[in-house]
Design a protein around this ligand. Structure first.
Ligand SMILES: O=c1ccn([C@H]2C[C@H](O)[C@@H](COP(=O)(O)OP(=O)(O)OP(=O)(O)O)O2)c(=O)[nH]1
Length: 150
């Protein structure tokens, strides 16, 4: 498809695969933990950690990347992305990292090369806020939080 994203590999990602779509129709590229070969991160229950990917991105203007959990990690281990979806701005030139949290009952070990999250690149709509004294009426009005029933 038509969108190209620049990627710069940092030395600690040497030898690791670049994120890729695992199937033809996948929406997200799997992000890979770029921690040291002999290192591991042990996530205790209820704790979180910023896991490096060893990659910097140059997204085209008008796009963002969302860092989302992998459902398998969430289902099997209770491990998810604390700030999901994490936002990678088009003008960010730092290393992409993943804020993983362990809500599972036992510690979870993260090792080099593990597919820890997925990244979805999406277009961004930037808006202009126009301050108004009143807004157009609507049928919903201020109803929310289950106002239509459960
Ligand atoms: O899961 C994430 C979320 C953010 N970032 C990087 C890219 C993003 O462009 C930058 C800033 O993120 P965000 O806007 O969410 O952070 P903030 O807390 O609002 O900080 P800032 O004041 O730097 O914008 O941090 C990541 O690498 N991973």
């Amino acid at each position: 498809m038509g969108v190209t994203v620049g990627v710069l590999r940092l030395p600690h990602a040497d030898g690791l695969e670049l994120p890729k779509y695992e199937t033809e129709g996948a929406a997200g590229l799997d992000l890979i933990a770029a921690i040291g070969k002999n290192d591991k991160i042990t996530l205790e229950t209820g704790k979180w950690s910023l896991v490096p990917t060893g990659l910097k991105l140059q997204l085209p203007e008008g796009y963002e990347a969302q860092v989302r959990p992998r459902s398998g990690l969430a289902l099997r281990h209770g491990v998810t992305v604390l700030n999901a979806p994490g936002t990678i701005d088009a003008d960010y030139r730092g290393e992409v990292s993943v804020l993983l949290v362990n809500w599972g009952p036992v510690p979870f070990e993260i090792v080099r090369g593990m597919r820890i999250a997925q990244m979805v690149v999406a277009p961004v709509t930037r808006v202009t806020l126009e301050e108004r004294g009143a807004l157009a009426e609507s049928r919903r009005g201020a109803g929310g939080y289950g106002s239509t029933g459960v």
